[in-house]
Ligand binder design. Structure first.
Ligand code: UDP
Length: 266
């Protein structure tokens, strides 16, 4: 780490605040529990037009930087993010950090049928311990089915899990956590981890480390899932460049700034 870089503890980036923690600091702080969201370019764009997502984000205990592109842009803007901690790096770092802590019991929610079970057996085998206690792959459209949601809560509560790792993609996973965390009294840590369950199962390969260090993980992901992600990244590029320019020139205005006043004055 370069000694002349001054890091703010929390920094504002467009309309979110990022916790400027190292991964070790975050892992240690999670001992006391918390909800972790991992903003990337797609989240930031969505946060400009999805009021619910914006309000959900305001309730997070930790927002950490998921994206090397954001990390680079933060430096260009003179507000350097200390470390990129993507959900897919945080999750294995988390279970390795807590592998000897018997109170840590993980439930994996998300990914296609069978993928969660595969991830569970890979992780438990690696750690030589049943740290992942259960998994569930909800059917398509489950979030609009109250009965299904009730069953999920029951399943997580019955499992004795203290950590819920939710891989449903954004913004579904963050909204689901926000709506349901009060009904999961045993869960202390909520991690929104996107496609990480797929990575843990070996279902979708992660990019080589050098690509993610250079901010090129998105190229690898497009090659892996061209139809779904190609369109997403293509559509995101120009609006994101514009937002960054606006921020740099002091022209950016938070579309939900009035909500922020009412949220903080609660
Ligand atoms: N997913 C799911 N149920 C849904 C929608 C998505 O289980 O209703 C899973 C999907 O199988 C994949 C992950 O959510 O494992 C999507 O991850 P995505 O690539 O969108 O997340 P990112 O890492 O980009 O946030």
């Amino acid at each position: 780490m370069l000694s002349w870089v001054v890091y703010m503890a929390r920094l504002n980036f467009l309309n979110i605040s990022i916790d400027n923690l190292s991964s070790m600091e975050l892992l240690q702080q999670l001992q006391s529990g918390g909800t972790v969201y991992t903003p990337n370019v797609y989240h930031l764009l969505r946060l400009q037009r999805d009021r619910d997502f914006y309000q959900v984000y305001k309730q997070a205990d930790y927002c950490i930087c998921d994206s090397q592109i954001l990390w680079i842009v933060s430096r260009l803007l003179g507000r350097p993010i200390r470390e990129k901690i993507s959900g897919s790096d945080l999750f294995p770092a988390f279970y390795n950090h807590y592998k000897n802590d018997e109170t840590v019991k993980i439930f994996l929610l998300g990914a296609a049928e069978g993928v969660g079970e595969e991830a569970k057996s890979q992780i438990n085998q690696k750690l030589q311990r049943e740290i992942v206690v259960d998994t569930y792959s909800p059917p398509y459209g489950f979030e609009d089915d109250p009965e299904e949601c009730e069953q999920i809560l029951q399943k997580v509560n019955d499992s004795g899990a203290t950590v819920l790792a939710v891989g449903l993609g954004a913004p579904k996973q963050e909204k689901w956590i926000d709506r349901n965390r009060a009904h999961l009294p045993g869960v202390k840590v909520f991690l929104a981890i996107g496609a990480t369950i797929d990575f843990e199962a070996g279902n979708v390969p992660r990019s080589p480390r050098w690509m993610s260090t250079l901010g090129l993980e998105w190229i690898h992901r497009i090659v892996m899932e061209p139809r779904r992600l190609g369109k997403r990244y293509f559509n995101d590029a120009l609006p994101f460049v514009w937002l960054v320019l606006a921020e740099r020139l002091g022209l950016y205005r938070d579309p939900f700034r009035d909500d922020q006043v009412s949220l903080t004055s609660r």
